[in-house]
Design a protein around this ligand. Structure first.
Ligand code: SF4
Length: 726
C-alpha cells in the first residue's frame, strides 16, 4: 500500500464523524438588523490578497455584515462583491472542524478526528525524526495568505528556510523579476499604478473589472470618468475592452510583437521622452537597433492588428506621456516568455517616462514598523535554492513546483512539507502526479486550511484554521500612496475546534523547544508592542481599524532629480547586462506561439467578479451569486458544433484530458480561435458540498505548461480544447 492514498473527506461525512450540515445546497441568507445589540470590530478582508480594511457588524453575537473602512487607502471605504460575502466564509457549513490524522482502517486509509494535542504531538514528533535522520534543513513550506508568516517563522527557527508562495511562479513573479531587472525594484502589491492621474491607460490581457482588485478598479473608474484614453489589448471583449476607446483583439500569444512595434514607432518617430531616457536609462542604442525590423506592418502579420491601429495607439500613449500607464498586469504567467514580455512592458513605460511620474507608477511608501524583538534563527546548513532550483538563479524566491519536485523521491532534498492556505492541485498547473509522488514519498505532509479542499486529501495531518473573522493576524502594512496600518482582530470566537495560525505555529514551536522564537503569550501582544513603537496601541486600533501616517518622501520624481536606481548600472536598464551574463536575451525577443490543432480552441481563462479562484466557490453567499462557470464560445464555432446557449459540454484538451460538464455561453465576446472560462470551478473534493462537481476545472486541462526559463513561472495559456457533447 502507498504511504498515502488520496482521500476525499466525503468518507468522514458519510460516517457521521463530522456533523452534517442542515442544508446541502443553497445559501445561508444574510440576516437583517433587528433590535439587538450591535457590536463592530475592525478587520482586514482575506477573501483575496488586496487586503481591504473593513468593519464587521454583529448583532447579539451573530454576524450581520462586513463593510469597508473609509480611512483605508486600499478600499476607500468600499468592499468589492466578494469582500461583502466574507461572512459566508465564517458561516460555511463545510468548514474543517477539528484536526484530522491519517489512519489505516481495515487496510483502507482514512482520516480520524483527533484532539489538538494528538495532532500537534504527531507533527512535532515527525519533525524531530526528520531533523535527527536527515538534518533540520529538510522541511519546506508552500503558503498563500496572512497566516503563512507564522509557519515561515517556525520553519526558519527549526533550520529550514525553504518556502514559496504560488503567487510568484503561478502569478505575478515574471513582472516582479522583469521590473526589478529594469528599474531595480518590482511593482509590488497593491500595484503602484497611478491610474487615477493617468491620461492614457493601456491594459494588456488585464481583466480589471472582472478581476476585482478593489482599489485598482476604483482608480481605473476614476481615470475613465476623467476621460483618460483607455486602450485594451485582449483577444476577448472583456469588460475593460467595452469601456475602451481602442480595443485591440490581438491573436493570443503575440503580445511581444505588438510591444516591439509600439517601441519601433516611439523611437523611430522621436516620440519617446528624450530627456527622461537620456537622464535615467542605459541601452537606448541597442534597443533602437533591436526594434528596427519590427514595424507595425510586420506586427500585423503576427498579431492580426491593423498597422494604423498600432500607430494610432502609440500616438495616444505619447500624447499623454508621462501620464501614460502601460499596466504590467497581475496574473502574467501565460506563454513561458513572460519575463521577457514584462520586460517589454517595463521598457515601453521607460520610453514614455512613466516610472516615478504622476499618472504612471508612483513611489510606494509603508510605515516604518519595527519587528517584535525575537531571537534571530541560525543560518541554514545548506543553500536550498542552489540544490532545488539551480536553473533559476534570477528567481528571488522559491519556485513552488520546484519545491514539490524536490519532495518526490527517496533521495529528494525535502522530507517534510507544510502547505498553508493554498489548494495546490487547483493552483499549480499539471502538478497532480507530482503531488501524488510527494505524498507517497514524504515523511511528513501537513495541510493547514479552513476548508476541506482537495489538498487536504494528500496530508498526514490536517490542521483546521479559523477564518480571518475569528483571528488576529499581522498588521497590514502594505506599500501604498499613503502609509497606513490596518488591524485584523477576531469578530467572533473560533467556531468548532478551529485555531489561528499564530496559535498553531507557537504550539508546535513549544513542542520543538523553539519557544525563544515565539516569546509572546497571545499574538495580540506582538501587535500591541509594534503599534506602541509608532505611537499607537491595540486599544486605539480596535476603535479605528486603520491609521494613516504622513509620507516621508515625495510620491513622484522631481523634475530633473538625480536618481540612482537599484540596478547594477544605477540606471533604468533598457538593455539588461544581467540577463546577458546569465545567457538570456538582454532585449525582449518575439517567439511565435504554438499553432492550435485543427478543431481545437485556445483555452483562455480569467476571473469573475464573484469569486477568488477556487477559494470562494463553496462560500454560500458567493455561490449564490455565481454557482458555476460557463464556457464562452464564439457563435461561428457554436454553429459548427451545433451548440446553443445553456447546453452542457465537456472540454477535452490536446492531451486527451476531459473536464467535468460545463454550460455553454454563446457570445461574440470571444473570437473563433479561443474559448474562455472563469477559473476555480469543477472541484472534486466531496467535502465541498456546494462546489463539488459543479462547472469545469480549467487547471486540470492545463497539461501543456511553458516554464519561464528566467524565473520558473508556469505559462498556462498554451492549452487547447475541443468539445465532447454530453
Ligand atoms: Fe476583499 Fe474585495 Fe478587497 Fe479582495 S478586493 S480584499 S475580496 S474587498
Amino acid at each position: 500500500m502507498n504511504r498515502r492514498e488520496f482521500i476525499k473527506l466525503s468518507s468522514l461525512l458519510a460516517a457521521g464523524t463530522v456533523t452534517p450540515p442542515a442544508l446541502l445546497s443553497g445559501c445561508s441568507s444574510q440576516r437583517l438588523p433587528g433590535s439587538g445589540q450591535v457590536v463592530t470590530t475592525p478587520t482586514v478582508c482575506d477573501i483575496c490578497f488586496w487586503k481591504c480594511a473593513g468593519t464587521v457588524y454583529a448583532e447579539d453575537g451573530e454576524p450581520w455584515k462586513v463593510v469597508g473602512n473609509e480611512a483605508d487607502p486600499h478600499s476607500t471605504g468600499r468592499l468589492c462583491t466578494r469582500g461583502t460575502g466574507g461572512i459566508g466564509a465564517y458561516e460555511d457549513r463545510d468548514r474543517l472542524r477539528q484536526p484530522l490524522l491519517r489512519v489505516s482502517d481495515n487496510g483502507k486509509q482514512t482520516f480520524k478526528p483527533v484532539s489538538w494535542d494528538e495532532a500537534l504531538d504527531f507533527v512535532a514528533g515527525k519533525m524531530r525524526e526528520i531533523a535527527d535522520t536527515h538534518g533540520n534543513d529538510r522541511m519546506a513550506l508552500l503558503a498563500h495568505g496572512s497566516g503563512g508568516t507564522h509557519f515561515e517563522r517556525l520553519l526558519k527557527a527549526y533550520g529550514s528556510h525553504a518556502y514559496a508562495h504560488p503567487s510568484f511562479a503561478q502569478c505575478r513573479g515574471p513582472r516582479e523579476v522583469a521590473f526589478a531587472l529594469t528599474y531595480g525594484e518590482g511593482v509590488g502589491s497593491p500595484d503602484r499604478t497611478d491610474m487615477e492621474h493617468a491620461g492614457c491607460v493601456v491594459l494588456i490581457g488585464s481583466h480589471i473589472g472582472e478581476n476585482l482588485h478593489n482599489g485598482q478598479v476604483q482608480t481605473l473608474v476614476e481615470a475613465i470618468n476623467q476621460d483618460a484614453t483607455l486602450i485594451t489589448v485582449d483577444p476577448r471583449f472583456s469588460v475593460a475592452a467595452s469601456k475602451s476607446q481602442h480595443w485591440l483583439p490581438i491573436k493570443p500569444g503575440t503580445d511581444i510583437a505588438l510591444l516591439l512595434a509600439w517601441m519601433n514607432v516611439l523611437i523611430n518617430e522621436g516620440l519617446y521622452d528624450k530627456d527622461y531616457v537620456d537622464r535615467y536609462t542605459v541601452g537606448l542604442e541597442q534597443l533602437t537597433q533591436h526594434v528596427q525590423p519590427f514595424n507595425p506592418e510586420w506586427a500585423y502579420l503576427e498579431t492580426g492588428l491593423d498597422p494604423k491601429l498600432i500607430r494610432d495607439t502609440a500616438y495616444a500613449m505619447a500624447t499623454s506621456a508621462p501620464a501614460t500607464l502601460v499596466h504590467p498586469g497581475r496574473h502574467v504567467t501565460w506563454y513561458g516568455d513572460d519575463t521577457q514580455r514584462e520586460r517589454a512592458i517595463a521598457i515601453l513605460n521607460a520610453l514614455l517616462g512613466s516610472w516615478g511620474r504622476k499618472g504612471g507608477f508612483y513611489i510606494q511608501e509603508k510605515v516604518d514598523l519595527p519587528g517584535y524583538p525575537v531571537s534571530e534563527p541560525a543560518k541554514p546548513n545548506t543553500d536550498w535554492k542552489t540544490i532545488v532550483q539551480p536553473e533559476f538563479p534570477l528567481a528571488p524566491t522559491g519556485v513552488s513546483q520546484k519545491i514539490l519536485e524536490a519532495c518526490t523521491e527517496p533521495g529528494s532534498h525535502f522530507k517534510g512539507l507544510f502547505v498553508y492556505g493554498t489548494n495546490l492541485p487547483y493552483t499549480i498547473p499539471d502538478i497532480r502526479a507530482t503531488l501524488d509522488a510527494a505524498a507517497a514519498n514524504l515523511d511528513l505532509f501537513v495541510v493547514i486550511d479552513t476548508m476541506p479542499a482537495e489538498i487536504t486529501g494528500y496530508a498526514d495531518v490536517v490542521l483546521p484554521e479559523c477564518t480571518y473573522l475569528e483571528r488576529y493576524d499581522d498588521l497590514r502594512n502594505s506599500p501604498e500612496r499613503v502609509p497606513s496600518l490596518a488591524l485584523r482582530m477576531p469578530a467572533f470566537e473560533p467556531r468548532h475546534e478551529t485555531k489561528p495560525a499564530s496559535w498553531i505555529a507557537k504550539q508546535l514551536a513549544g513542542r520543538l523547544e523553539l519557544d525563544e522564537f515565539f516569546p509572546w503569550g497571545d499574538y495580540s501582544e506582538v501587535i500591541d508592542w509594534q503599534l506602541r513603537q509608532v505611537g499607537s496601541s491595540l486599544g486605539e486600533m480596535q476603535k479605528i481599524g486603520v491609521k494613516r501616517f504622513p509620507r516621508r518622501t515625495s510620491m513622484y520624481f522631481a523634475d530633473g532629480e538625480d536618481i540612482r536606481f537599484r540596478t547594477p548600472s544605477g540606471k533604468i536598464e533598457l538593455y539588461s547586462q544581467t540577463l546577458s551574463s546569465h545567457g538570456y536575451d538582454p532585449l525582449p525577443k518575439y517567439i511565435a506561439p504554438e499553432k492550435r490543432p485543427q478543431n481545437y480552441y485556445r483555452l483562455n481563462y480569467g476571473r469573475g467578479p464573484a469569486h477568488t479562484f477556487g477559494r470562494t466557490t463553496n462560500n454560500p453567499l458567493l455561490f449564490e451569486l455565481m454557482p458555476e462557470n460557463a464556457v464562452w464560445i464564439n457563435p461561428l464555432v457554436a454553429s459548427q458544433w451545433k451548440l446553443q446557449n445553456g447546453d452542457y459540454v465537456q472540454l477535452k484538451n490536446q492531451d486527451g484530458v476531459v473536464s467535468n460538464k460545463v454550460r455553454v455561453r454563446v457570445t461574440e465576446r470571444t473570437g473563433p480561435n479561443a474559448v474562455f472560462i472563469v477559473h476555480g470551478f469543477g472541484h472534486t473534493a466531496k467535502g465541498l458540498r456546494l462546489a463539488s462537481g459543479v462547472g469545469a476545472d480549467d487547471a486540470g486541462l492545463m497539461t501543456n505548461v511553458k516554464v519561464d526559463p528566467i524565473m520558473g513561472g508556469t505559462g498556462m495559456r498554451s492549452n487547447f480544447v475541443t468539445f465532447v457533447k454530453t
